[in-house]
Design a protein around this ligand. Structure first.
Ligand code: SAM
Length: 278
């Protein structure tokens, strides 16, 4: 055990066996949404994500360090910080890291974090700029990419409406590249969103292939709700009806529509452009 860790509060455990109960628990969190839902935990790989999470105040249940991490100054500083906050530090072999992450070349650090999801009560229009609202998003890679883009434009947060893919799946977390720890996430039903939206003081801009307005001509006055549709079905009729404007990104060629993550990026940067009056 490194002396860096020995000096602090909390505990450190060495694990080399794949059948250790904690290893089994982490594997379950990687593999199954059911385990993530029941425990309220999720797994994120990599040192950058661990430092992002610690800086943003997320709670870390376990931090698994491979042999390489135990020789790495930044990893050991992150581990010491986590340990001081009560995280159980796991010193594991590379083989255990591979088994946990199901990768041949695992990252040297793997964290198990407590999930943070809010209700619509957390969406305060005062001081908000842009909340991005996603109708029944299904694709984990799309969701991760969208959370990363929302972070990049300085959006206030992301609202997940209806039955969506799990924002805490390994694939989504990977695609967020750490932005998951910086973007507030809200979950609600379609009915809850429509009721909440009726009291929203600013524009509610829906994106729709049958939108009657060019997206460059819409009103994006702050605070704005930007509503994006499901990958297959687009925006549901009740959600489309609840929007104050329905906009379209003009297309050429034969493609029916744009990929959801691409359309969301175009929209978010247009909203940002409007807010910055560029
Ligand atoms: N078949 C679906 C439909 O009819 O709406 C296509 C859905 S599209 C793949 C997913 C979402 O991306 C849409 O609901 C919309 O929010 C957004 N989107 C894609 N292309 C768009 C465009 N040209 N204009 C506005 N929104 C678009």
């Amino acid at each position: 055990m490194s002396s860096h860790l020995k000096q602090r509060e909390g505990s450190v455990k060495q694990i080399t066996s794949h059948s250790n109960p904690i290893v089994k628990e982490i594997k379950g969190l990687v593999a199954q949404r059911k385990h993530r839902r029941e425990s309220g935990l999720f797994v994120a790989e990599g040192l950058k994500l661990a430092t992002d999470a610690l800086d943003a105040g997320w709670k870390l249940r376990y931090l698994a360090l491979g042999p390489e991490a135990r020789e790495n100054k930044i990893a050991m500083e992150a581990a010491a910080k986590a340990k001081a906050r009560g995280t159980l530090i796991l010193e594991v072999s590379t083989a255990v890291l591979s088994a946990i992450t199901r990768r041949d070349n695992p990252q040297m650090v793997v964290g198990v974090y407590e999930q943070q999801v809010h209700t619509l009560k957390a969406v305060d229009p005062t001081g908000a700029k842009t909340w991005l609202c996603l109708d029944r998003i299904r694709d984990p890679g799309n969701l991760g990419t969208i959370i990363r883009t929302a972070d990049a434009v300085g959006a206030s947060g992301v609202v997940l409406i209806g039955d969506t893919t799990d924002p805490f799946s390994v694939e989504t977390v990977r695609a967020t590249m750490g932005s998951l720890f910086h973007m507030p996430l809200v979950r609600c039903t379609e009915e809850e969103f429509i009721s909440f939206r009726s009291k929203w003081p600013g524009p509610v801009v829906g994106t729709h292939l049958r939108g009657n307005k060019d997206y460059r001509e819409a009103d994006y006055g702050e605070p704005v709700l930007l509503v994006m549709g499901n990958e297959q079905a687009g925006l549901s009729d009740p959600l489309a009806d609840s929007c104050s404007q329905l906009v379209k990104i003009p297309q050429e060629g034969q493609a029916d529509s744009l990929n959801l993550a691409i359309a969301t990026a175009i929209m978010l940067f247009e909203v940002r452009r409007a807010h910055l009056k560029l």
